[in-house]
Design a binder for this molecule. Structure first.
Ligand SMILES: N[C@@H](CCC(=O)N[C@@H](CS)C(=O)NCC(=O)O)C(=O)O
Length: 219
């Protein structure tokens, strides 16, 4: 039986969504974020990095969402949620599988961390910290994030999905960056992005995953 080590309000939610779409049985082991938002130390007993999600299945312990969704689809998916191997859509799916965590999430994570720095700085230097963060945001993060939003908007323009005519692992992986972007910076009128988020949130499997996963701030 697959076990998903699941942290509340986290990118682990998309693994539950995939499992629901595929109708694969699984068990959830829940972990609650600490007040600092870090994962609790118990997760380190499951995987040395102590991040979520982690999948365990028999002797296998697997971290990294991209590897986890690929494992689930390959082992239990029977070809579902993947385009035909070696086609252009299949490679497009591979691109977004890596893009989601490799290129999309880092600036979104930076946005979250930088936004918190001023309030956590010692009181006397708060104005300086605020000014510094505003500069970093304007010069570095804003343009980089706008470029990413445009790229995703264009990628969704043809079919509404990231890799072909049907939802695939690309959409599962990209769901979290889009949800996080929607809540942290907004889509600024990019209709394909809001339509994508609405479309996935309306899927019965997504709703079922939400019910099982517990608190999730992005849906
Ligand atoms: N690239 C990893 C990122 C894992 C990760 O950072 N997970 C977050 C949840 S959104 C986490 O565990 N955060 C708590 C912490 O860093 O202590 C993946 O996709 O699995």
């Amino acid at each position: 039986m697959i076990v998903i080590h699941h942290l509340n309000n986290s990118r682990s939610q998309r693994v539950l969504w995939l499992l629901e779409e595929l109708g694969v049985p699984y068990e959830i082991r829940r972990y609650e974020r600490l007040p600092s938002l870090a994962a609790p130390p118990e997760l380190k007993a499951v995987h040395p990095l102590g991040k979520s999600p982690v999948l365990t299945d028999g002797d296998l312990t697997l971290a990294e969402t991209g590897a986890i969704v690929a494992y689930i689809a390959e082992t239990y998916g029977g070809g579902r949620f993947q385009p035909t191997p070696d086609t252009a859509d299949w490679w497009r799916m591979q691109h977004f599988l890596h893009h989601a965590e490799g290129s999309a999430m880092p600036p979104l994570f930076m946005k979250l961390v930088f936004a918190r720095i001023p309030s956590q700085a010692p009181f006397p230097i708060r104005p300086v910290a605020k000014a510094l963060m505003r500069g970093v945001d304007a010069k570095l993060l804003k343009p980089r994030l706008a470029e990413l939003l445009d790229y995703w908007d264009e990628a969704l323009a043809k079919t509404g999905w990231f890799a072909g005519l049907e939802p695939t692992l690309a959409d599962v992986m990209m769901s979290f960056p889009l949800e996080a972007a929607g809540s942290r910076i907004g889509f600024d009128g990019r209709r394909n992005l809001s339509a994508f988020v609405e479309r996935i949130h309306a899927r019965p499997a997504y709703r079922a995953a939400l019910e099982k996963g517990g608190p999730y701030a992005y849906a």
